[in-house]
Design a protein around this ligand. Structure first.
Ligand SMILES: Nc1ncnc2c1ncn2[C@@H]1O[C@H](COP(=O)(O)OP(=O)(O)OP(=O)(O)O)[C@@H](O)[C@H]1O
Ligand SMILES: [Mg+2]
Length: 270
């Protein structure tokens, strides 16, 4: 299987970046569910501070690959990996890796907004409390900063004690993004973060991704080609677990090198 993995220029941390660069790379990485190899020998270097989209037809392994990055697949019976996945030079599946610390540095946002059935404030404070013993003042400051970063502060600042489930779907998703940002991650994984949202709420999340770009490394799985074209710098096209093509989004969309990419883009399958 042809794998196109152009060398990606790695730039130093831009001004405003939250942390020095810590980047994600797959080296001949595979993930198996029992005998089913859902991700097949993928080699992929994901640059920091940019937005990388993972696209491909249903069942091609997008979520599996994404979830492998912060070891969200750990508890699946029969799940195992081969090859290497590196984050900040460390082997994510290495024996000494601290998974809690990893997940603090690599946050995740899911397809369906999943706030805790708690107050808006506690949704954010909760994750942060797990990691740090903060005083009340610091905690409130974190809540405000995170909600501002997620573009939700103005809408909720007067109702922080309301239950998070009273928010609209789009607001709930931005709350989940705020919750992920509250622990100061370096990487944000998003698995179809807008597929449960209407076009307006989707546009807000896409704007938010554009704002977070340059400060966080964002890896987003999407079924929506227009969304990949709008929000991402790089696009990886997966097909049946194989990485078929990877490169600058503009290039992939206007001039795919592989026929299968083109067929998928033009709606011939998927
Ligand atoms: N928990 C699981 N246990 C066993 N097999 C699984 C599990 N999750 C996914 N798979 C299998 O792994 C393959 C890849 O699934 P995955 O969910 O990664 O695809 P996807 O590209 O995210 O699809 P979709 O676009 O529908 O979300 C599929 O064959 C799927 O059936
Ligand atoms: Mg999926």
């Amino acid at each position: 299987m042809m794998q196109s993995t152009p060398a990606i220029e790695r730039s130093p941390a831009p001004a405003g970046a939250e942390k020095p660069e810590a980047h994600v790379a797959c080296l001949d990485f595979s993930f198996f569910y029992g005998d089913n190899q859902a991700v097949k020998n993928v080699t992929l270097d994901i640059p920091s501070y940019q937005v990388t989209a993972i696209i491909g037809p249903s069942g091609c392994g997008k979520s599996t690959l994404l979830r492998s990055i912060n070891r969200m697949n750990d508890l699946i019976p029969g799940g195992r990996t081969a090859g290497k996945l590196l984050f900040d030079g460390q082997e994510v599946y290495g024996p000494r890796l601290d998974v809690v610390a990893l997940r603090r540095r690599i946050g995740m946002v899911f397809q369906k907004p999943n706030p805790f059935p708690k107050s808006i404030l506690n949704n954010i404070a909760y994750g942060r409390r797990l990691h740090d013993r903060l005083g009340k003042g610091e905690l409130l400051a974190t809540v405000e900063t995170s909600l501002k970063r997620a573009g939700l502060w103005d809408e909720v600042k007067d109702r922080l004690d309301d239950n998070a489930l009273s928010l609209s779907g789009g607001q709930q998703q931005r709350l989940c993004i705020a919750r992920a940002l509250a622990v100061d991650p370096e990487v944000l994984l998003m698995d179809e973060p807008t597929s449960a949202l209407d076009p307006r709420a989707t546009a807000r999340i896409e704007d938010l991704i554009a704002e977070l770009r340059g400060r966080y490394t964002i890896i987003i799985v999407t079924h929506n080609m227009q969304q990949a074209a709008r929000v991402s710098d790089l696009t990886a096209f997966l097909y049946e677990g194989n990485l078929i093509e990877y490169g600058q989004t503009a290039g992939i969309f206007t001039k795919p090198r592989e026929k299968r990419t083109e067929d998928y883009m033009t709606g011939r399958f998927g």
